[in-house]
Design a protein around this ligand. Structure first.
Ligand SMILES: Nc1nc2c(c(=O)[nH]1)N[C@H]1C(S)=C(S)[C@@H](COP(=O)(O)O)O[C@H]1N2
Ligand SMILES: [Mo]
Length: 581
């Protein structure tokens, strides 16, 4: 075998090191493809990549402000999943390089990642023992692929036809290099594995059917018929294809769990309490001003779910229990049979910064939440509804507010259609006047009547307030911050909200000057936002435009600038603009 002097010059030949990295990445891809496939056959949420991402979301400390500010809007999720894949690929490349020295290193790495995947999957709120399956299937496939590819990569080091096409340092593999005597041997001659990388490997034997490990080598026969380089490329291509097929099949199977058909089939009865007709003039004609009703596809989405839960209305149940005289469990059909209420309600996220996008207005249709809670007969002393969604998210809603007569809904439709999956299909809560995180649980399946002292919901556990009524706020839509305008009459317009109080007035000022009253659009009720516009006689120069809302209780939106955490942002919205001369 090779002597200590060879080991002293320990360095993997670049072509083989690169092949090892490729082997590692492809083995990881095969593992994930197989895991996705298994998850697609069973429970999509049990995929280890998703489970790790979901665990990362739930474990993110509230101090990680930028992350929490948008409270997991769609972009954060893409960044998170992308980050996980990059970390995985980089680790797999390193492990692959190590594995061409000793397969065991790669196997240990695989085991560590598998353990992380298992731990994440098993700690998902809805986890069953079945959640181990995708990770185990993925690990087995990954181990097989790694063994195969590492053997194929190892042959590159000893075979004479090494001219790996992606070789970054051809000079190091130059056959003339004295550091590599094996390279100068004729291909027909048995090779002496003088490559120092082999020093770490026991039982290396010489010969054309180059064996890398002492394990039985089923592909010796097949692989020896091919030149090493071609064999590695064929193996790599096959692994990439298997990974891609697994991932694609997994995705297709996941979509089969899709509830699109069930959603389209639902017929809603006429509401017992229809929404008032939209008054004329609820939409002001100002280009750039957000419409009174937010279309579903531009309605903000904020939740902690990496994979939108697909809940079948046929199996959906809502259980009301805890501090009640009698538990109530209701099916979707039962809920549809109750008298339905239709109402315009503006939803707002507590993490919306002043002037931000996390607010939207829709026409909701649902059953009275109060009616159902009363049916369960809450016990004296109860003050919180701890509402849990199918994916384990919880919100804590003040019981008194739900019972005070406002349109607190178990909503089933949004803007005339069954809820979109991303907005909580088949049933979500909507309570006018409360931020989403304390009231608007999507995919809701469980309501525990309890106290604020006894239980804390998802975001309050992470530093946000237990009670969070929506702050009276306004937003300037036009002119945009940073805009350059022609001088003369310019509409300054936006929306203002003070849900369940009503917006009484909106005022606008320029450069800290006097406040001017804006013209308000018509509204169907006090639970929605309200458009406003003020005609500004804009003179040339740099200007700061600010707005503030006054609600029907007489309260004027505060100038105090505070961050969203712990109970909502405040401060005047503003736009810095240039009026050309
Ligand atoms: N199941 C579940 N429901 C949830 C959340 C969540 O993370 N999971 N987020 C809440 C928050 S913070 C808000 S602001 C609203 C947003 O509702 P939307 O995505 O339909 O706009 O949903 C609420 N309901
Ligand atoms: Mo939110």
């Amino acid at each position: 075998m090779t002597g200590p002097s060879d080991v002293a010059g320990d360095q993997i030949r670049p072509s083989r090191a690169l092949a090892g990295a490729v082997a590692g990445v492809l083995a990881a891809a095969v593992a994930m493809g197989a895991a996705q496939f298994a998850a697609g056959l069973g429970v999509p949420q049990s995929s280890p990549v998703l489970a790790v991402g979901q665990a990362a979301i739930d474990l993110t400390p509230p101090q990680v402000k930028d992350f929490a500010v948008s409270a997991f809007g769609a972009d954060d999720k893409t960044v998170l999943l992308g980050g996980i894949l990059v970390v995985l690929a980089a680790s797999a490349a390193v492990l692959g390089r190590l594995a061409v020295r000793r397969l065991g290193f790669g196997m240990w790495g695989l085991a560590i990642f598998a353990s992380i995947g298992l731990a994440a999957a098993l700690t998902r709120p809805a986890a069953t023992v079945g959640y181990v399956v995708p990770t185990l299937v993925g690990s087995a496939a990954g181990a097989f692929a790694l063994t195969w590819l590492v053997r194929a990569a190892a042959r590159l080091g000893a075979a004479a036809d090494v001219l790996f096409p992606f070789d970054l340092h051809p000079e190091l593999t130059d056959p003339a290099q004295p550091a590599d005597p094996a390279r100068s041997a004729s291909p027909a001659e048995p090779e002496r594995p003088s490559d120092p990388a082999c020093a770490a490997v026991p039982a290396v034997r010489a010969g054309p059917a180059y064996s890398f490990t002492s394990l039985p080598h089923p592909d010796d026969q097949a692989s020896s018929r091919w030149p090493a380089r071609r064999w590695f490329l064929i193996s790599s291509g096959a692994a990439a294809a298997v990974a891609a097929l697994g991932a694609a099949a997994g995705r297709n199977l996941t979509n089969e769990h899709n509830i699109a058909a069930a959603r389209a089939a639902i017929r809603f009865p006429r509401p017992a309490v229809p929404a008032p007709p939209l008054p004329a003039g609820s939409n002001l004609v100002v280009p750039g001003l957000g419409s009174f009703i937010t279309p579903d596809d531009s309605f903000y989405r904020v939740d902690t779910a990496l994979l939108v839960p697909q809940v079948d209305p046929a199996t959906w149940r809502l259980r009301i229990h805890g501090m009640v005289q009698r538990e109530v469990t209701i099916t979707f059909t039962d809920l549809l049979r109750r008298p339905l209420i239709e109402a315009y309600i503006t939803l707002t996220c507590v993490s919306d910064p002043v002037g931000g996008p996390y607010v939207g207005n829709a026409k909701w249709l649902g059953a009275s939440l109060a009616g159902l809670i009363r049916q369960a007969r809450p016990l004296a002393g109860a003050n919180q509804l701890l509402c849990t969604s199918v994916d384990g998210f919880t919100s804590g809603t003040p019981l008194a507010i739900v019972l005070d007569g406002r349109d607190a809904l178990l909503a089933m439709a949004m803007n005339g259609m069954a809820l979109p999956a991303a907005h909580g299909f088949p049933v979500r809560m909507v309570v006018p006047g409360l931020y989403g995180y304390v009231s608007a649980t999507k995919w809701v399946t469980d309501i525990e009547v309890t106290t604020f002292a006894a239980a804390s919901a998802y975001w309050p556990q992470r530093g946000w307030a237990q009670r969070a009524p929506i702050k009276t706020e306004s937003r300037i839509d036009v002119p945009a911050d940073g805009a350059s305008l022609a001088p003369g009459r310019t509409p300054v317009a936006g929306v203002a909200w003070a849900q369940h109080k009503g917006v009484a007035a909106v005022e606008v000022r320029v450069d800290g000057g006097p406040w001017h009253e804006a013209r308000l659009a018509a509204v169907p009720g006090i639970d929605t936002w309200r458009q406003w516009v003020w005609e500004w006689p804009a003179a040339p120069g740099q200007h700061l435009v600010e707005a503030r809302a006054i609600d029907a209780t007489g309260y004027t939106q505060t100038a105090a600038q505070v961050q969203p955490i712990p109970n909502g942002a405040s401060g005047y919205p503003s736009a810095q603009v240039t009026v050309r001369s």
